[in-house]
Structures are given as C-alpha cells and as structure tokens.
Design a protein around this ligand. Structure first.
Ligand SMILES: CC(C)(COP(=O)(O)OP(=O)(O)OC[C@H]1O[C@@H](n2cnc3c(N)ncnc32)[C@H](O)[C@@H]1OP(=O)(O)O)[C@@H](O)C(=O)NCCC(=O)NCCS
Length: 175
C-alpha cells in the first residue's frame, strides 16, 4: 500500500499513444479541470486529448508515477528571443493529490528549463481559488507579477488569474 506521507517518485518522459485514453478520462473529470482554461470546461473528445498529448510541442511531457501515466506537464509558448516559456501541469490521477507530486514536478521542470533548455525566465499562472497551484508555485520560488481581474466564471462567480514567474538568477540562489 502507498505511504501517503511520502512524495511519490515520478519520471517525466515523452508522451505515448497509450497515454491518450487516460488523459481523455482525466480531463473529463470536473474536479481536475475546474481551474484550467475555459476550453477545458467543455466536453472532451478523444481527438482533443490526442491532439494535446501527441501534438507538436516544445517541451510537453507525460508524468509517470507508481508505474502508471498520471498526467502531463511541460514548458510551452517558448519565446526564443526572450528566453521565456510557460509552465503547465495537469495531474489527472487524484489519488496522488496533496502528496507533493505537483511541487516535485514543477521543481524538476524549472531545473530542466534553466539548466538544460537555456531559459532566462519561466512564467506561469493560475486562477486565484486554485490553492494547490498557488502553494506549488510559491514552494518552487515563483513570485507574483500581478493579477488579471475576473477572467473566468467558475462556481457561480468571476475569478481572478494570478500571474507568476521565476528568473534564472532566483533559481540559482534557491538551489
Ligand atoms: C495543482 C496541482 C498540480 C497540485 O498538485 P499536488 O500534487 O496536489 O500538489 P502538492 O501536493 O505538491 O502541493 C499542494 C499543496 O496544496 C495544499 N492544498 C490543496 N488544496 C488545498 C486547499 N483547498 N486548502 C489548503 N491547502 C490546499 C495541499 O495540502 C498541499 O500542501 P501540503 O504539502 O502542505 O499538504 C494538481 O492538483 C493538478 O494538476 N490539478 C489539476 C490541474 C490544475 O489545476 N493545474 C494547475 C493549473 S495552473
């Protein structure tokens, strides 16, 4: 039986065709998608999941933990001129929530972005009520850049989006 007090080990690998069905199930779960973009609030078809999981991307990786595919994460919207990319994560297997996996994956991708991919800055954002997302970004050393007010309608109210980022020099100091 899994020890819930220990962060599950994980690996980040290239996505595969057999991840697509599981990902389609993950993003059909409103508890997983509630704080994602508006397009993720609509019904999901297999071809949407296929396009996302296997579509061309700069750094889009499958998360594998406890021997199975559990979600996707990566660095997107790469801007080579400015050395900037945007972090994203979807942990779809909720049995692993709140055990440190999101924080560990984020830290790993930040390291990869600065150490291996030559980034200068990594940006990210989350809807304000997404407390888990706020916590993982703070733990990984992100700072708040600002708030976009009332960008999305969720659970009967308009919610803000928080913009955060980490600079290479901040990551170097935190290591
Ligand atoms: C956001 C997400 C990556 C977090 O992953 P995770 O593995 O649960 O994160 P961690 O366990 O590393 O950290 C979450 C922390 O938030 C805390 N937390 C979660 N919900 C909370 C709440 N409602 N109130 C207070 N704390 C909360 C957890 O207890 C944990 O803190 P702890 O380590 O002190 O117990 C994951 O839930 C996810 O992918 N969700 C769906 C998609 C999504 O929202 N992506 C992010 C979009 S920006």
């Amino acid at each position: 039986m899994a020890d819930d007090s220990v962060t599950p080990s994980f690996l980040l690998r290239a996505p595969r065709y057999d991840d697509v069905g599981a990902y389609a199930v993950f993003i059909s779960d409103p508890e997983v998608t509630i704080w994602l973009e508006d397009r993720c609030q609509r019904p999901v078809h297999f071809h949407h999941a296929l396009a996302f999981v296997l579509g061309e991307a700069w750094c889009r990786l499958a998360i594998e933990s406890e021997g199975r595919f559990v979600g996707m994460a990566g660095l997107e919207d790469y801007d080579p001129g400015n050395g900037v990319a945007r972090f994203f994560i979807v942990l779809g297997d909720r049995s692993l929530s709140n055990r440190g996996l999101g924080t560990a994956v984020l830290r790993s991708l930040v390291s990869r972005g600065f150490r291996d991919l030559g980034l200068r800055k990594i940006v990210s954002n989350y809807l304000a009520p997404n407390i888990a997302s706020r916590i993982i970004h703070a733990r990984a050393g992100f700072s708040e850049e600002g708030v976009q007010r009332q960008v999305a309608w969720r659970r009967g109210e308009w919610v803000d989006q928080v913009l955060v980022s980490i600079l290479r020099e901040e990551w170097l100091l935190e290591r």
